[in-house]
Ligand binder design. Sequence first.
Ligand code: NAP
Length: 231
Amino acid sequence: MRHVVTGAGSGIGLALAHRLGDRGDDLVLVARSTARADELGRTFPRAQLLVADLADPGTLNGLGRQVDGEVDTLLHVAGVVDLGRVDRLRLAEWEEQIAVNLTAPAVLTRELLPHVRASHGTIVFVNSSAGLTANAEWSAYAASKFGLRAFADALRAEEVEHGVRVSTVYPSRTATPMQEKVHEQEGRTYDASRWISVDTVVDTIVHVIDLPADATIPDVTVRPVVPRPGT
Ligand SMILES: NC(=O)c1ccc[n+]([C@@H]2O[C@H](COP(=O)([O-])OP(=O)(O)OC[C@H]3O[C@@H](n4cnc5c(N)ncnc54)[C@H](OP(=O)(O)O)[C@@H]3O)[C@@H](O)[C@H]2O)c1
């Protein structure tokens, strides 16, 4: 299988790219800069690297022409978060979260749709529980993820006729560098063992993309078990 993955440099995306690469699948990875692409190339020597800064979605225009042939899955994993009350959030924080979490996945999808249609492939959006419920201080991130959910729903309805499956995965708190940053912003002590492991989220994504062609999983939520039994 051939997968295009965003966010393969850290957290869920990094673990997902390792899982797919380790089983012999082909990877096309999107990196924010040439320096980052070089680093990713050292981690994933067989991968094709594409350079685009998702915070500047215009850099994605024409990216589809750099990809030859069919793409089995397009895996939108990259994301950014900045917490803050509405009276404190800066315009730049709004713009980055909307660009990376919503506009960039939309533009990248448009660029790669012909490749995914050619394989009757699957597009996966890594959303968030914040894409289903918006809590205080999460306005910008939640708005971007609510938007991403709407985008995925509309895309799913459009792509039925092309045999493309569209799935959204909604993880809750997962032990990654992003979650460490969230804890910092919340002023809480970070304890990775409390949260979902990246491998569990990767298991979920892999289950979605490996599903036999007779079915699709449009939406799946993944929640931590807190407290853990026996703790
Ligand atoms: N961790 C959680 O608790 C949690 C919960 C629910 C949903 N999610 C979602 O899961 C996804 C993955 O999150 P994570 O926790 O694995 O985060 P992470 O460890 O912070 O990794 C985020 C990835 O996104 C990439 N990225 C960010 N801005 C970019 C840009 N401008 N251009 C290109 N790439 C960019 C980063 O690139 P670099 O490697 O270059 O920095 C990194 O590889 C996100 O969509 C997030 O919203 C996470």
